[in-house]
Design a protein around this ligand. Structure first.
Ligand code: GCU
Length: 360
């Protein structure tokens, strides 16, 4: 059943290289296929990644400590390039006095702590640290490429594979990862990333590009995130709509594929596959038709053969499309479909936390 569904979509084969080479081992995947798909995705969809800048760091400790359970610091990142500067505030909250703490880097819509998408106390009580940033503080969610971090790199009007906003937000997450490497409280092998919707797309891109991330929880990310573009469901977001509404999330090259999903030289399984052999959990909500739950789930199935190269299962599921209430998180690739609408809910967090705690 699932293989038939995938067959209908005629996805590009992740193991087939354009020069005819067929990938058969994990070494070939790492040396040939990984760089190939990274390059294709950055050139045709998201835009290239700016060079790494070393920010100046300023740390402040806040008085609020969540009933004495947590330490909360504000960390300011000041970037400088071409004699322009931009400062991004981030929030670091972790179980007080603990060592070897697993961490979530969280990309949020708002700077709030806690936030309706970010149940801080619940995460702390489960032993996780949180390092969060508000995406608009990195660079605004609009077509202004003179704003924030984008303004330090973009010169003139964007063309071709010039960086889109998703990559700028993701770039910041990687700099937050750099910073966590310097903190002795952190378990460096257990740092993951999460985000919802456009920031779920960004979380997935970040884990795909930056192998230091041990896990990704991409919530309701849909079109150009976890959802395959080919064989979109009725009512699901199309490439044309996303490219017309949010052209600035992507590089200008991506517009070539409006109404031409079948001609993409990749699909979103090429992105999810880049996370192998690490953990990737995808969350859907039954009323979130726009994000195309079947195609988010089928991506997990389509990407799993790359985990198999590493002797890992990928998604462990029944041979059927998901229904409301299904939770498949036994493998390193997971999918759940909860009731309700588009939202990063506590229910989602509890599924992710449970899956990750079992594996760590
Ligand atoms: C819009 C957009 C989606 C996106 C969502 C969000 O609905 O079409 O692609 O995921 O916004 O970020 O909330």
């Amino acid at each position: 059943m699932l293989q038939q569904e995938l067959k209908k979509r005629k996805l590009p084969n992740v193991f087939q290289m354009p020069n005819g080479k067929r990938i058969q081992t994990k070494e070939e995947w790492e040396n040939i296929a990984r760089p190939h798909w990274k390059d294709v995705l950055l050139t045709e969809e998201y835009g290239k990644v700016p060079p790494v800048l070393m920010p100046k760091i300023t740390e402040e400790t806040n008085a609020v400590d969540f009933a004495g359970k947590a330490t909360w610091e504000t960390v300011l990142f000041t970037f400088e390039n071409h004699s322009k500067t931009h400062t991004v505030p981030t929030q670091l909250i972790y179980p007080k006095g603990e060592k070897s703490i697993p961490f979530f880097i969280y990309l949020n819509f708002r700077p709030d702590i806690p936030d309706r998408y970010l149940p801080v106390e619940e995460l702390i009580d489960n032993g996780f640290g949180i390092f969060s940033v508000c995406y608009n503080d990195v660079t605004k969610d609009n077509g202004d490429f003179t704003d924030g971090l984008a303004g330090l790199f973009q010169v003139g009007k964007r063309t071709g594979d010039d960086t889109g906003k998703i990559i700028y937000w993701s770039y910041m997450a990687s700099r937050m990862m750099d910073y966590l490497q310097t903190r002795e409280e952190v378990n460096k092998t257990a740092i993951g990333i999460s985000g919802h919707s456009r920031l779920g797309k960004t979380a997935l891109v970040t884990a795909a590009l930056d192998e230091r991330f041990a896990f990704v929880c991409s919530n309701n990310s849909g079109c150009s995130g976890a959802a395959l573009s080919r064989g979109r469901c009725e009512g699901g977001e199309s490439l044309r709509v996303i490219q017309e509404s949010f052209p600035f999330w992507f590089c200008p090259n991506y517009c070539k594929y409006a109404d031409k999903a079948d001609e993409l030289p990749f699909d979103q399984h090429c992105l999810l596959s880049l996370v192998a052999p690490r953990m990737a959990y995808i969350g859907g909500a039954i009323e979130d038709i726009w994000a195309d739950n079947d195609n988010q789930f089928l991506n997990c199935v389509a990407s799993s053969p790359v985990w198999n190269l590493y002797g890992k299962a990928g998604i462990i599921t029944e041979n059927k499309l998901p229904v409301c209430g299904d939770i498949y998180t036994e493998g390193e690739v997971g999918f759940h479909l909860r009731k309700g609408k588009h939202f990063h809910s506590r229910t989602d967090w509890l599924v992710y936390i449970d899956a990750i705690k079992k594996k760590l």
